[in-house]
Design a protein around this ligand. Structure first.
Ligand SMILES: Cc1cc2nc3c(=O)[nH]c(=O)nc-3n(C[C@H](O)[C@H](O)[C@H](O)COP(=O)(O)O)c2cc1C
Length: 371
């Protein structure tokens, strides 16, 4: 146990998990590693593993690795998805747009994979058996009976909401807390009610509306990059800030070098929300892959089919360090990374965030005292 986790508790959520600061390191498939989660939790934040793409055995192995290196609380995140069976015509349409891109990376024409995503039921049974401290979910809402089973196993349950109706759905299913994912956020949108309308409520507007509507703890995610953002999230009524993009350049993150370079070079207008890469709306830095797949919207299959069909291409791009063919998920705050030391350790980042949010909070309270 890291002794730096001191008693400066800021919110009931931070206190419940003995956090040094009200900070969640966001779960991120493709970026989070057991080493990142351990470093975040040991430094006094709440580390979270993105396990949505993992088979149950891998999920168990990574949780064991985390438990072997920290005795502090951590979270595991899964995707709430229904099974899907795409028809041949849908696959052909999608592959006709993807195959020319595959050819540019020297890959043969694509084929239908054996499965499109791990089965949620098997992942969930594994998670319940593992009795992890915290489980969070995105892309849908669990049945109340599953939430109850997780809670009976001693797991604290967090659902993701991108608008108020989704927060209410999670509260009614029995969630302990809700993560409010604002439009600024990097990565996939968690939207599951009115997803076709792609509702994009910003963090500043979403957090207080969820706080008022739910009366269970709300975590704020989306565009928060430094201590000023954490202090702002708390002022809006959130009990913690969940940061994703801020952790992408850390030494323990798994992302490719070219992704790191493009993050460092990005601007406030560099990202877009697109469904062309995976079939589900997600925010990332615009590149060739996004432009080319967006040019043929009628060929984009729904998630997780499109995700599976573009996966080999994106894996080859990662091996070749070709950012033009990667899904470069990132939030609108990415340019704020330029104030950080490139490749800095997770613990160093958390130390900086801790000092920054305390300084920002005292600035606000000093300003409030001025007559
Ligand atoms: C590369 C990347 C991968 C992500 N993967 C997941 C995921 O697997 N599960 C999830 O709930 N959220 C995922 N997210 C979203 C984050 O949980 C969070 O909402 C977001 O990072 C917050 O916005 P920010 O990036 O501006 O900090 C991902 C975000 C990024 C940038």
């Amino acid at each position: 146990m890291n002794t730096r986790a001191t008693s400066h508790y800021a919110t009931p959520f931070a206190e419940r998990f003995g956090l040094r600061l009200p900070l969640v390191q966001a779960p991120m498939v493709g970026a989070t590693t057991p080493a990142l989660v351990v470093a975040a939790s040991n430094a006094g934040a709440l580390g979270s593993l993105g396990a949505g793409a993992m088979a149950p055995e891998k999920l168990a192995a990574e949780v064991a690795e985390i438990r072997g290196a920290t005795s502090r609380p951590f979270g595991v995140n899964l995707f709430v998805l229904d099974p899907i069976a795409p028809d041949g015509a849908m696959l052909r349409r999608a592959l006709d747009a993807i195959d020319p891109l595959r050819a540019e990376l020297g890959l043969p024409p694509g084929r239908a994979p054996e499965r499109y995503a791990p089965a949620l039921r098997a992942q969930l049974e594994q998670l319940i058996a593992l009795r992890v401290p915290i489980a969070s979910f995105t892309f849908g809402v669990l049945e109340a009976a599953d939430v109850e089973r997780l809670k009976a196993a001693g797991t604290y349950v967090i659902g993701t909401a991108t608008h108020v109706a989704e927060g209410i759905a999670w509260r009614d299913a029995g969630a302990d807390a809700v993560c409010a994912q604002g439009a600024e956020a990097g990565g996939h949108r968690g939207t599951f009610i009115d997803a076709d309308k792609n509702p994009l409520v910003g963090t500043m507007a979403l957090v207080p509306q969820l706080v008022d509507a739910l009366r269970i703890p709300v975590l704020a995610a989306g565009g928060i990059m430094d201590g000023r953002g954490i202090a702002a999230a708390l002022a809006l009524g959130a009990q913690a800030a969940q940061l994703g993009t801020a952790f992408l350049p850390c030494a323990e993150s798994a992302i490719a070098q070219d992704w790191r370079k493009r993050l460092a070079a990005s601007s406030d207008t560099a990202t877009s929300v697109t469904r062309a890469i995976t079939g589900r709306y997600a925010r990332g830095i615009r590149n060739t892959l996004m432009d080319r797949l967006e040019a043929e919207p009628a060929r984009v299959a729904p998630y997780p089919v499109q995700n599976a069909l573009t996966q080999e291409l994106r894996q080859a791009a990662a091996r070749a360090d070709r950012g033009d063919y990667l899904s470069l998920w990132a939030g609108q705050g990415a340019p704020l990374l330029r104030g950080r030391r490139p490749g800095c350790g997770t613990a160093e980042l958390i130390d900086a965030l801790d000092a920054e949010w305390r300084a920002a909070s005292s600035r606000v309270s000093r300003a409030a005292q001025v007559e």
